[in-house]
Design a protein around this ligand. Structure first.
Ligand SMILES: [Cu+2]
Length: 299
């Protein structure tokens, strides 16, 4: 069988979701040993977002002490998201060192400027929370909870202050806890199935607690699909099928990897598919065609 199913996914994820993957939501970037917080007092693991006094934002040179600069760091993080949402390529790019842009987007600043305008701002990024912001000299880190469209993601950014501008140096995914009151649905990934208890899904107020229980890498693509769609036909479609909306994405996940798929807003009523298109290590077949495909309904 011709394995065409990847093409529309590639199209989606090479285009619209390229930025999402690149932002470190998916790829486990080699985490630069992040400033480990033995350099100042502002590093309790339970510390809330820093509330230290701060000099005015956007000031020229960084202060040597670091104390108080967390607000500049946080402002830069929010400005990065704003630039994305505004479609302001130059401003967005200005918040990354070239190496980070290369690692996370596979592009030089020039290449990014040429190709970036297409997908910037779609979907919008909403910074929901910044915590554990720390600054030491010209280095900083922060844990960021952001909604990329409807998908909530946790990221840890390592940043560097260059000439008064805080720039992303590297990022890695971190797990966001499922809020209380949200139904946590365990979702196991293995060869070759999505394993979950469909009866747990009674409404759209859910989150998935994902674990790769298998021996191969897997991914989760959550897509809203038309009520009358033929799922088997759909995954073999050459083109991005009409009416398919990708809601969430995770992977590739190594065996044993876990994450939470959390949604900013309840999932709308409708029909949803879970898909994995990674290729079987033995046959090269996409997992979806080997059975790693499932669906559920939200009333
Ligand atoms: Cu798989």
């Amino acid at each position: 069988m011709e394995l065409r199913s990847r093409s529309w996914r590639r199209e989606i994820f090479a285009g619209k979701f390229w930025g999402m993957m690149a932002l470190g939501l998916v790829v486990g970037l080699s985490a630069i040993a992040i400033a480990c917080g033995d350099d100042d007092e502002d590093n309790s693991s339970t510390s809330p977002p820093a509330t230290t006094t701060s000099p005015s934002l956007g000031g020229g040179s960084p202060s040597p002490a670091g104390q108080g600069n967390t607000q500049q760091l946080e402002a830069a993080i929010r400005d990065t998201a704003d630039a994305w949402n505004d479609g302001d390529v130059q401003r967005f790019v200005s918040h990354f060192i070239p190496q980070a842009l290369q690692e996370e987007f596979g592009a030089t600043p020039e290449e990014f400027a040429q190709s970036g305008a297409e997908f910037l701002g779609d979907p919008p990024i909403n910074v929901q929370n910044i915590s554990n912001a720390r600054v030491s000299g010209t280095s900083g880190t922060a844990d960021i909870e952001l909604a990329f469209g409807n998908l909530v993601q946790g990221e840890r950014w390592a940043m560097v202050n260059e000439g008064g501008t805080w720039k992303v140096q590297s990022s890695e995914s971190i797990t966001v806890n499922i809020p209380s009151g949200v139904t946590a649905v365990d979702l196991g990934l293995n060869e070759f199935a999505f394993v979950f208890n469909r009866s747990q899904i009674t409404d759209g107020n859910i989150a998935f607690r994902v674990e790769n229980e298998g021996e191969q890498q897997h991914e989760v693509i959550l897509a809203k699909i038309p009520e009358d769609a033929n799922l088997q036909e759909l995954i073999q479609s050459d083109e991005e099928p009409e009416g398919v909306e990708t809601i969430g994405f995770y992977g590739p996940a190594d065996p044993g990897d876990t994450t939470n798929l959390i949604f900013a807003d309840d999932l709308e009523a409708g029909r949803y598919a879970l898909l994995c298109f990674l290729e079987d290590e033995e046959t090269g077949q996409p997992h979806a065609l080997l059975g790693m495909i499932s669906e559920f309904n939200i009333q």
